[in-house]
Write a protein that binds this ligand. Structure first.
Ligand SMILES: C[S@@+](CC[C@H](N)C(=O)[O-])C[C@H]1O[C@@H](n2cnc3c(N)ncnc32)[C@H](O)[C@@H]1O
Length: 287
């Protein structure tokens, strides 16, 4: 259970006795319920402290944290994907399970991580978090041209490439400004992926006929918005755009409103992690 999963803190019992009712209706009520208030807040804080300690000693990651989603959050994600992509719920659930069950992908990420010089700053076991939603969108929408800005290790890229391989068509263009990015992109995943080392704004302006766009690079509001305006002329009319940063800025809602797109947001809930989660912002083409 994460801090988000628990119901609201237990309430101070509403007094049964007439004495207690008198206390709760008097000016000393705040003092009387203080122990319950303290216990409720302390329970949340202790849970976060436990997750923090587990992470500090059990994980090697210093940025771009990875984790699983809580089971309920996975289910919410399936409903979200089904709605946005216009597919049956069972199909969306199936895609999410498909990537979680993909043993070849797991083995690939573990192998490349173990071989990488950056293995000391990566966790051994892959956990995809909200990227399972990206996977489901690619499986559902079967894009020919898929673009991800911000590659980092390449975890999102290989998840997306795995979806393209299952689709049997499409290519991924993943863009990162860091020449050391993308060490997970190799083997069959590299066959459908073009890694572009460049500032994303310059690279996006040169693309054509993009079916699915994912912003996950520089997360300043200005850069995120600049990416949307740079990619906009190069999107197909029915293209879907995703933002990995819609929980933190107003860039996608602003762009969606200005261009007549519909904005929807999936709120991510990590399991067993102190990080409160990000999300998937979606801007649907004008209907
Ligand atoms: C959050 S990470 C990407 C995570 C990745 N998409 C994944 O699924 O794990 C952000 C990446 O954006 C890259 N980045 C930062 N500024 C950029 C820019 N102006 N153009 C392209 N990439 C940039 C960073 O080098 C970093 O690797």
């Amino acid at each position: 259970m994460t801090t988000h999963d628990a119901p609201e803190g237990r309430r101070a019992p509403l007094a049964a006795s007439s004495f207690a009712r008198r206390v709760l209706g008097s000016p000393i009520a705040p003092l009387a319920v203080f122990p319950w208030r303290f216990a409720a807040a302390a329970r949340w804080s202790l849970r976060t402290f436990g997750a923090t300690t587990r992470w500090l000693f059990g994980s090697r990651e210093n940025t771009n944290y990875t984790y699983d989603l809580t089971p309920r959050n996975r289910e919410h994600l399936a409903w979200f994907v089904a709605h946005v992509a216009g597919i049956p719920l069972a199909e969306a659930r199936g895609y999410i399970q498909e990537v979680l069950d993909d043993q070849a992908l797991t083995a690939h990420v573990m192998g490349e991580t173990a071989r990488s010089r950056y293995r000391w700053l990566a966790d051994r076991v892959p956990r995809y978090g909200r990227r399972i939603g990206w996977y489901a969108f690619v499986r559902a929408l079967k894009p020919d041209v898929l673009v991800e800005t911000g590659t980092d290790k390449g975890l999102g890229s290989v998840v997306l490439a795995a979806a393209l391989l299952r689709n049997g068509k499409g290519r991924l263009i993943s863009i990162d400004i860091n020449p050391a990015a993308g060490y997970l992109i190799s083997g069959r995943y590299a066959e459908v992926t073009e890694l572009v080392i460049s500032d994303s704004i310059a690279a996006l302006a040169a693309l054509e006929d993009v079916d699915l766009f994912i912003h996950d690079s520089d997360h300043t509001a200005e850069h995120e918005y600049a990416e949307f305006t740079a990619i906009a002329p190069n999107l197909r009319p029915d293209a879907l755009s995703l933002s990995d940063n819609a929980h933190a800025t107003d860039s996608m809602t602003r762009w969606a409103e200005e261009t007549g797109r519909e904005f929807l947001f999936f709120d991510e809930r990590p399991a067993r992690h102190w990080y409160p989660g990000a999300g998937i912002g979606t801007a649907l083409p004008p209907r």
